[in-house]
Design a protein around this ligand. Structure first.
Ligand SMILES: Cc1ncc(COP(=O)(O)O)c(C=O)c1O
Length: 289
């Protein structure tokens, strides 16, 4: 495996960063998870755009133009001779001293890993996931904007632990007001009376790239989609529920907190979206080779 680190490619064993890197010491940095399918990177420019916006929001100046970053992602995949897989693109504040002071971090660290991905088991797409609500609330905008895809994922990790302890496939996170925000690593949607709903970004959701693809697919199918504040009641009483995310793609949810959603199996709109999503990943994206 070849890993990109600050402009050079290294073998996995030799790709090392400083123990003084503030990405490690403070979770001070931003990242993207990106998928590529059949030799094409899916929604690459959207991911790069979000990375630069996340960096801007935390006063981190990425030491490369967007076009150079796109090329670095493509070249990392080429170096690994992959057709299908997952890219992790990370930019940290860089190496500083033990104090918090970001001004002492002279140069951001940029690393890119291109690898195979472990998927959710196939039967979860066929039968749907069980989700539980986590006691851990989604971090408030006033503390750290959930819009920033930062290296500080402890909030989500704690919620994920709760979901795992409950034996669920994903954990639903509410905001401080008790409205639905998102899952630990996915956005959440419901279908009710032929319409699609998802919480607004202001409720504490990441502006997911796959979420945006779901909006586009809904528009293409002529299915109305809106973003009202949502409570767990809305999900309990929905006809269908699904999650979106780069790793999970579009995945059905059939149970929340032991309430069966709809008739307990993936609904027709969810199945249609999954099928269309696969078509998009097969036929669109930035060519790697
Ligand atoms: C907290 C959180 N919400 C939502 C998502 C889904 O976003 P995307 O579709 O861009 O992968 C992710 C994954 O990146 C995430 O980490």
């Amino acid at each position: 495996m070849k890993i990109y680190l600050d402009g050079q490619y290294y073998d996995k064993e030799d790709a090392k960063i400083s123990v003084f890197d503030h990405g490690l010491l403070y979770g001070d940095g931003v990242f993207e998870g990106i998928r590529f399918y059949h030799g094409r990177v899916f929604r690459l420019s959207e991911h790069i755009e979000r990375l630069y916006n996340s960096a801007k929001a935390i006063c981190l100046k990425i030491p490369a133009e967007k076009s150079a970053m796109i090329e670095a992602v493509l070249e990392t995949i080429r170096q690994n001779e992959l057709q299908d897989g997952y890219v992790r693109l990370v930019v940290t504040r860089g190496s500083g001293d033990l104090g918090l002071n970001p001004a002492l971090c002279l140069r951001p660290t940029v690393l890119i890993i291109a690898s195979k991905i472990t998927l959710y088991p196939e039967e979860m797409y066929r039968n749907g996931l069980e989700v539980v609500t986590c006691a851990t609330r989604r971090i408030a905008h006033g503390a750290l904007s959930p819009m920033v895809k930062s290296l500080n994922y402890l909030n989500n990790v704690l919620a994920k632990i709760e979901a795992q302890q409950a034996g669920a496939g994903e954990g639903l996170m509410l905001n401080e007001q008790g409205f639905v925000a998102e899952c630990t690593g996915d956005n959440v949607f419901i279908v009710k009376a032929g319409k699609i709903f998802t919480p607004p970004i202001s409720s504490g959701a990441l502006a997911g790239i796959t979420r945006q693809v779901a909006f586009e697919m809904a528009a293409e199918f002529g299915i109305p989609l809106s973003e009202p504040e949502m409570t767990r009641y809305d999900i309990y009483t929905a006809d269908e529920c699904f999650l979106t995310g780069t790793a999970a793609e579009v995945i059905p949810v059939v149970r929340l907190d032991s309430r069966v959603i709809g008739n307990g199996s993936p609904g027709p709109i969810t199945r249609r979206l999954i099928e269309r999503f696969h078509q998009l990943t097969e036929t669109t994206g930035t060519a790697i080779y």
